[in-house]
Design a protein around this ligand. Structure first.
Ligand code: FMN
Length: 283
């Protein structure tokens, strides 16, 4: 039978229970599937990268306060100025292209990574990029909104988000978390729009410049001492809540955007002194 099949047409004419045919067909199938999967992955890569970028822009816009009605994400994003800040100095830098630089990737790149000591690393991120993206909404030269990337460890995962500050560089205008693996309904409530909205108007740093904003256990009421600096804790998720406090305090503090923010606050104060002087002169 086998000899007969071979004579009639080779491999595919072997009987189906033939060991060589079984292994051969399985191998061919595996090869075909791996070509299809790797081909699809390669073909879809540019689309995935473009979608990830669009999603990032969407998240930045979500906290920017920009009116999106009737506009595409790309159209609305033209109102945002992307800059890169040298975190240690708090100065803008042109060492990298602000439109393509991604500090999330850079934090893993030895060329940009700065390791943090355990004392510095309250957000439990191990290290950060030397440079960071910042996004500005401006009216003329005046900054209306400053949007800053934030990240830090919750209970199960690193939480990635953006915080938006008003032009005074101290009042929260919005916050969003777009990537995490906390439990839905518990730590996952960092995505809750109502909770996110409760951040609006809260203050970051006290008079000494120290980041004082924090999540408390329970609900903030008007009687809560220093209510301006307090945010409702997430019910049943104290560990994620602590993670959020730590990451916001890290990024608003001296090892995060602190130097940049204190420069902005000084500029705002100087501008208001000049404006007051002008008003007095005119009066
Ligand atoms: C399956 C499971 C998932 C949990 N997920 C979270 C979570 O995402 N974030 C969190 O802080 N706590 C989570 N917890 C609860 C924590 O273990 C811990 O009890 C809680 O943070 C304490 O918060 P509480 O003092 O507000 O109850 C989870 C617990 C279980 C059993």
């Amino acid at each position: 039978m086998m000899n007969n099949s071979k004579r009639q047409g080779g491999f595919f004419h072997l009987p189906n229970d033939n060991m060589v045919k079984t292994i051969g067909v399985a191998t061919l199938l595996c090869l075909l599937c791996s070509i299809i999967v790797s081909g699809a992955a390669t073909l879809l890569k540019p689309t995935q990268v473009a979608n990830a970028l669009l999603d990032k822009k969407n998240n930045i816009l979500a906290v920017s306060g920009i009116d999106l009605s009737g506009k595409s994400i790309e159209q609305a994003f033209t109102q945002i100025e992307a800059r890169v800040v040298d975190i240690a100095t708090g100065e803008y830098t042109d060492a990298v292209d602000a439109n393509t630089f991604d500090q999330r990737k850079a934090s893993k790149d030895p060329a940009y990574r700065v390791d943090l000591s355990s004392e510095q690393d309250i957000a439990q991120i191990g290290g950060r990029s030397k440079y960071a993206n910042v996004y500005l909404v401006k009216e003329g030269d005046a900054i209306q909104k400053i949007i800053l990337p934030i990240k830090g460890y919750g209970l199960w995962s690193t939480l990635y988000g953006f915080i938006a500050l008003e032009g005074d560089a101290n009042t929260v205008s919005g916050i969003t978390f777009y990537d995490h693996k906390e439990t839905p309904g518990l730590g996952g409530e960092i995505e809750n729009k109502k909770w996110q909205a409760s951040w609006k108007g809260k203050k970051i740093a006290d008079v000494s410049g120290m980041p004082s904003i924090q999540l408390i256990k329970g609900i903030v009421s008007p009687d809560t001492p220093k209510a301006d600096y307090k945010i409702d804790g997430l019910a049943g998720a104290t560990l994620t809540s602590n993670g959020v406090t730590n990451l916001v305090q890290f990024w608003m503090g001296k090892d995060g955007f602190g130097p940049y923010l204190s420069k902005l606050r000084t500029n705002v104060n100087q501008a208001s002194v000049v404006t007051t002087a002008n008003i007095k002169e005119q009066g």
